[in-house]
Design a protein around this ligand. Sequence first.
Ligand code: ASP
Length: 445
Amino acid sequence: MIKVAKFGGSSVANADQFRKVKHIVESDPARKFIVTSACGKESHEDHKVTDLLYLIEAHVKYGVSYDSLFQLIVDKYQRIEDALGLHVDLKREFDHIRELIDQGESEDYLVSRGEYLTGRLLAEYLQARFVDAADVIIFKYDGEIDMERTGQKLREYARQADRILVPGFYGAMPNGTIKVMSRGGSDVTGSVIANIVNADVYENWTDVSGFMVADPRIVDHPLGIPRITYAELREMSYMGANVLHDDAVFPVRQKNIPINIRNTNDPESPGTMIMEDCSEQDKNDPPHAITGIAGRKNFTVITVAKAHCSTMVGYLRNLLQCFEDCGVSIESAPTTVDTMSVIVETDKIRKQLYEVIGLIKERCTPDDIRIEEHISQIAIVGREMRNQPGISGALLSEFGRNHINIRTINQSSDELSIVVGVADREYEKAIQAIYAKFIREERKR
Ligand code: ASP
């Protein structure tokens, strides 16, 4: 059994968190590949090391002294080293980093130092072999990870030690210069390593016990989601529920490796398993009709009425072209016999709204155009929905019972999600009503 365990910034924020990580890693010999982010915030007022490094880079760029920011980072690592009795020569490391900054080293080099230093300390503490990401994670010149070269290098190192630790978030270009990924990229490093070593599971350790059925700021103590498919996760994250970097899914999904979201502060909790197919597990533990509820506020719905438009060849294309010509991306476009609605994020159309409307009037000669702002979109996601008739019916009547007006409704053709639009001011109430009906009531039965 091989597990890749990636620890996020909050999991390595201070010496106490390092202790928890050690306990987790040592409690399972299968955890052979460890990936770490840079130290995150210790408290609300604290700063993530990576944020400080980006700030230092800005100071360097404008020729402003960065000493006090640098010192914050030095102190943070020194505190961890002292508390845990480690022996990384931090003074030498920091002198070297300063020297390179002053010689004009790249931003990528500088901001990768958070992962590098956290990795150095954590590797010593876990007695794992430290492998610099610049020596194993190799990019191609187009910015993609070169899986073949990365694989060769990683396997070479893996043969030399029982447990290796690779800092996340960065790697090297073919000429050896350091390149970082986009923010949150350590998730991607973990996923790439899991793919290469054919891991049985990719554990992603963070500060929440996996995904919840609904946002806990809206629903009081929502249930956790024990299992979710990759496809369901896509629906949820596109609606704003985000725990994982988008690019982290592809490398593991390609090899059918499950991702397990776990909580470093509650290691007993099984967290959430993300899998291609949950049907085996579902047999023994049938899921709720609804896996999760996610949503976002602030959409604009533009409804165009034109008698018989649904039978006019090319009408919808013409309408959508008006948005495309103004560079506005579309969320969805539900239609009826005589109306077509286009739903867009308000922020994405604000500047071009009147231009778009002008084009529609000119090219589509509508009978009427209606613009509604402050609309929320709520996705009700569930792999079980297609097996249970009556979900949309129950949903509609629940909204009716709660006097919530549904503005738009859309079901994906694979019946994986139903997306309803309601007024922003009814957003929270709608989510609470769905949760009460489909999760609380079902549990009581
Ligand atoms: N430390 C980097 C960031 O804050 C990468 C990561 O944490 O995954 O974005």
